[in-house]
Design a protein around this ligand. Structure first.
Ligand SMILES: NC(=O)c1ccc[n+]([C@@H]2O[C@H](COP(=O)([O-])OP(=O)(O)OC[C@H]3O[C@@H](n4cnc5c(N)ncnc54)[C@H](OP(=O)(O)O)[C@@H]3O)[C@@H](O)[C@H]2O)c1
Length: 325
């Protein structure tokens, strides 16, 4: 078997997710970053041990690399991923929202849910950060019919500020976010809502839509997402039932852990590609609810880590390569 390293290009390599892909590839046994693009830093050295200089995206020869990670802003990124694939790159992963509707023939890449689609694919749309946690938490429950879909699921989510990207924005200044906590995109107006709705419908078998209210919040930490779910369940179901269904569903998954006891927090997962899920009973008369908490790192399982996981599958490598460091 040929063991020479595969060559990766990271497009938009100065951004938060691009930097994280570069960092993961430094520890990857089979793939190395051969190209890193930046418009603002072209010609400058990439920080780190490799002798690599940023180049402009226009100057990349995509037929000279095996895998491309497109880490540009939504609106720009998808077309570069398609250009990379069509230009001869073996495979391309787009981290933006551009191709999540299947544009360009992209497949939606949550390996634990739709692994067969990703394996060997030439173009993968990496999921949004918030949808990643919600879909992984709800998949076992929707697949097993444990959710009462006549009532809405309530999902409150909080993300660290790196979720907003590195470009300067007044709302994201230290003076604006520090020691504050705020909701945004309320009323199901966040741009991830259609992606979440499509994922839930697919998990529920394409029947009636799964109603939900999704409210994101900005948490003044650098990284991490914690999502609190109020899951309407059929009468008689408890947290133990949801835990058992989830534990069975993810028994063979290295990156999804279901807690039998207690609820995860950010410090349990930040810095890793893992998603941690826990459930708790709610003392409530009337229509039953079970509370679920999902925690993960927005830049890893929510972006760069999942992108490397997808790339490993696309390239026929072991899915975990480079992700346990
Ligand atoms: N941050 C997260 O937690 C997260 C999670 C999931 C998905 N995503 C998605 O991943 C993609 C990258 O996100 P990010 O957080 O890494 O973004 P970012 O920190 O803002 O980085 C984007 C990079 O793209 C480059 N770029 C090239 N053309 C640009 C343009 N016209 N405007 C702005 N930047 C441009 C910039 O580098 P130069 O200026 O040096 O060229 C910049 O470093 C986005 O599509 C985002 O939606 C992000």
């Amino acid at each position: 078997m040929n063991k020479s390293p595969l060559r990766a290009a990271v497009v938009g390599a100065t951004g938060y997710t691009g930097q994280e892909v570069l960092r993961l590839l430094r520890g990857h046994p089979r793939v190395r970053a051969a190209v890193a693009t930046s418009e603002s830093q072209a010609g400058h050295a990439v920080r780190g041990p490799q002798a690599l200089r940023y180049v402009r995206a226009e100057d990349v020869r995509f037929d000279d690399v095996d895998i491309v990670f497109s880490c540009l802003p939504t609106g720009e990124s998808g077309e570069w991923a398609i250009r990379a694939r069509d230009g001869g790159a073996g495979a391309a992963v787009d981290l933006s929202a551009d191709l999540r509707d299947g544009q360009g023939g992209a497949v939606y890449g949550v390996p634990e849910l739709w692994r067969a689609d990703v394996r060997g694919a030439a173009l993968v749309a990496n999921p949004g950060c918030y949808p990643t946690g919600l879909l992984l938490a709800m998949a076992p429950l929707l697949e097993a019919g444990l959710v009462d879909v006549s009532r809405p699921l309530i999902a409150d989510a909080a993300s660290g500020v790196t979720g907003a990207g590195r470009a300067a924005k007044r709302d994201m200044l230290f003076g604006e976010v520090a020691e504050d906590y705020r909701a945004y995109g309320v009323g199901n107006r966040h741009r991830h809502v259609p992606e979440i709705a499509a994922g839930f419908a697919r998990l529920a078998g394409g029947g009636a839509p799964v109603p939900f209210v999704f409210t994101p919040h900005l948490l003044p930490v650098r990284r991490g997402i914690l999502e609190t779910l109020y899951v309407p369940v059929a009468s008689g179901l408890t947290a133990a039932d949801l835990t058992a269904a989830s534990a069975a569903r993810y028994a063979d998954e290295r990156f999804v852990e279901v807690w039998a006891d207690g609820l995860p927090s950010l410090r349990d997962v930040v810095g890793s590609n893992r998603v941690a899920i826990g459930f708790a009973d709610v003392a409530l008369d009337g229509a039953p609810l079970v509370l679920g908490v999902v925690a993960f790192d927005n830049l890893l399982k929510g972006a760069a880590g999942q992108a490397v996981q997808n790339a490993n599958l696309m390239l026929g490598l072991c899915e975990e390569e480079g992700l346990f460091q």
